[in-house]
Design a protein around this ligand. Sequence first.
Ligand code: HEC
Ligand code: HEC
Ligand code: HEC
Ligand code: HEC
Ligand code: HEC
Ligand code: HEC
Ligand code: HEC
Ligand code: HEC
Ligand code: HEC
Ligand code: HEC
Length: 305
Amino acid sequence: MIARMHRCAVALALALSCSGIVGAATEGAPELPVFSPEGANTCLACHNTPAVTGIFRSVHSAAADARSPFGQYQCESCHGPQGQHLPLHGDAIISFGPNAKTPVGIQNDMCLDCHAATKGDWLSSSHEAGDLGCADCHVLHAGRDSMLTVTEQPDRCYACHLQQRGQMFKPYVHPVRQGKMNCSACHDPHGSVAEFELTSNNLNETCYSCHAEKRGPFVFEHPPAAEDCSLCHEVHGSNHPAMLTKRPPLLCQQCHSQSGHPSVSYTSGGLPGGSPSPFVLAGSCMNCHGSVHGSNHPSGITLMR
Ligand code: HEC
Ligand code: HEC
Ligand code: HEC
Ligand code: HEC
Ligand code: HEC
Ligand code: HEC
Ligand code: HEC
Ligand code: HEC
Ligand code: HEC
Ligand code: HEC
């Protein structure tokens, strides 16, 4: 709580309006502002609008819960102490969101004081580095935070991540558009130990959490599958079946030379009798090498079974 009051003092100093709030502040050493004795009632005298009172339908309004803002200083738990002499808040109020006057670091600290569990990852996340505030994503003056619902969350992320939006509307995708999974199935937007803020330790581990059968262990591994699924799959969506980065045989020929058995794409015209080559028919290389993720068959060395 002391930390929070101190921050408010910093916010006030930044806004150069300290003295307005705390009355006779000693020069050079601003007094800590105090909380208004009437709590939310003070504020609601002027702010009794649906856009504000929506917070009473949210988890934050649990007055019986001592951890909750309404179990503490109510509105001022987040917006900072406003003193006895309202309405004086002007610039002194701690306001939230992308257009708020309060510096984003102070906004976030107000939340992180209570949400300590979020803090560790957050401080090293790309979103923190990108100067995002908690309120860029979370909607608190509402019964339901759209960031936390499976169906609404992706649209909130697309607002900033247009490239992923484009990919998610391609023909072969994870069932995000269908509302069966969302971005946070694979990403932790508060940051994580893995690159790309993935939910597991690395890319493949993230995939195995749902596609366990691809983990193996395999007697005959296909090295790229064990190494990095995204060598062949475009995880946010692709124009090729199974979300492949390229269509076979091109996919396979990126790494496999055309020596050995012929892996070049014969046209039917080039073949005796004009019959199309099994190397380019629908299943392409997988007509024969069906176990591209690895094989446990005793004679699976060429990934054919
Ligand atoms: C006497 C009326 C009055 C009272 C009491 C009052 N406010 Fe305000 N508040 C206003 C007005 C008017 C504005 C809009 C003008 C402005 O930005 O200062 C405002 C703006 C705000 C803003 C938006 C600030 C911004 O920069 O966008 C927040 C947040 C806020 N009030 C919170 C509170 C809280 C929390 C309390 C109780 C501790 C409170 N208000 C008490 C009148 C009041
Ligand atoms: C859990 C923290 C929290 C609590 C408690 C809280 N607010 Fe807010 N308030 C926010 C955030 C975050 C925003 C930015 C908009 C949003 O996310 O909904 C905001 C926005 C506002 C605004 C500006 C709305 C606008 O026009 O953009 C006002 C006014 C306000 N709050 C008043 C209040 C009052 C009055 C209370 C108490 C009844 C209160 N707040 C309790 C976090 C909080
Ligand atoms: C005074 C402490 C306090 C402050 C300040 C606070 N929260 Fe919370 N918050 C809580 C508690 C308590 C819960 C309920 C947690 C639980 O039930 O496990 C909660 C829950 C949440 C949830 C989950 C909501 C849900 O529907 O499950 C989110 C998101 C959240 N807070 C974001 C914020 C953000 C963003 C801020 C800053 C604007 C903030 N909180 C400020 C105490 C606080
Ligand atoms: C880029 C968007 C984004 C930002 C920024 C963000 N969050 Fe979240 N937050 C989410 C999402 C998405 C979830 C739901 C995670 C899930 O489904 O597992 C969430 C969940 C939460 C929860 C619920 C419990 C939990 O951890 O799963 C809390 C509390 C919370 N956020 C607090 C914060 C605080 C505090 C900040 C600022 C320091 C913040 N968030 C910034 C997107 C964001
Ligand atoms: C307000 C804008 C905004 C919103 C909303 C937002 N992001 Fe971000 N995101 C950013 C910024 C800025 C960065 C950091 C700069 C960058 O790498 O592009 C970032 C970075 C990321 C990264 C890390 C990229 C990397 O290379 O490490 C991931 C993953 C990500 N966001 C996912 C999400 C998800 C999932 C959501 C929704 C839950 C979301 N973002 C919502 C702005 C946003
Ligand atoms: C099935 C898991 C999965 C889902 C669902 C998912 N992502 Fe990703 N995302 C990844 C992986 C893996 C990477 C890193 C490799 C890559 O970019 O192909 C990544 C990378 C990113 C990046 C960083 C791209 C870059 O090149 O820096 C952003 C931003 C991002 N995802 C946003 C989102 C958003 C927004 C959503 C929801 C619409 C989402 N992701 C859903 C797995 C997923
Ligand atoms: C949260 C669970 C989850 C995670 C994590 C996940 N997936 Fe998926 N994946 C699914 C679901 C659900 C489907 C759709 C299955 C269906 O439609 O039958 C799917 C489908 C696929 C498909 C296409 C299947 C087809 O027949 O077209 C591929 C390829 C795929 N995932 C690869 C990946 C990769 C690579 C990763 C890791 C970056 C990953 N998945 C992470 C749940 C997940
Ligand atoms: C060498 C390229 C390659 C790599 C690497 C790869 N895949 Fe695939 N994957 C494919 C091909 C090709 C298909 C289509 C198979 C078919 O059509 O018979 C496929 C299909 C899939 C499918 C849908 C069909 C099925 O078999 O369930 C899933 C899910 C999948 N891959 C997940 C993964 C995961 C998870 C990883 C990382 C562990 C991964 N893939 C790595 C080439 C690859
Ligand atoms: C990112 C590179 C890469 C891609 C893409 C790739 N492979 Fe491989 N593949 C390898 C490596 C590396 C080996 C191991 C070679 C070795 O052990 O000599 C291998 C081994 C194989 C083997 C077994 C060869 C042997 O000598 O045991 C077959 C069969 C095979 N790949 C088929 C495919 C098919 C079919 C595709 C397309 C679906 C494909 N590969 C895509 C890198 C790749
Ligand atoms: C008609 C079945 C068939 C098709 C289609 C096929 N292969 Fe093969 N492949 C084989 C057989 C049989 C072997 C093992 C015998 C051999 O070494 O010639 C083999 C062996 C391999 C090997 C092991 C090294 C080598 O050259 O001997 C690689 C790599 C390979 N194939 C890649 C591919 C790629 C890439 C494609 C698609 C362009 C493909 N194969 C299409 C049947 C096929």
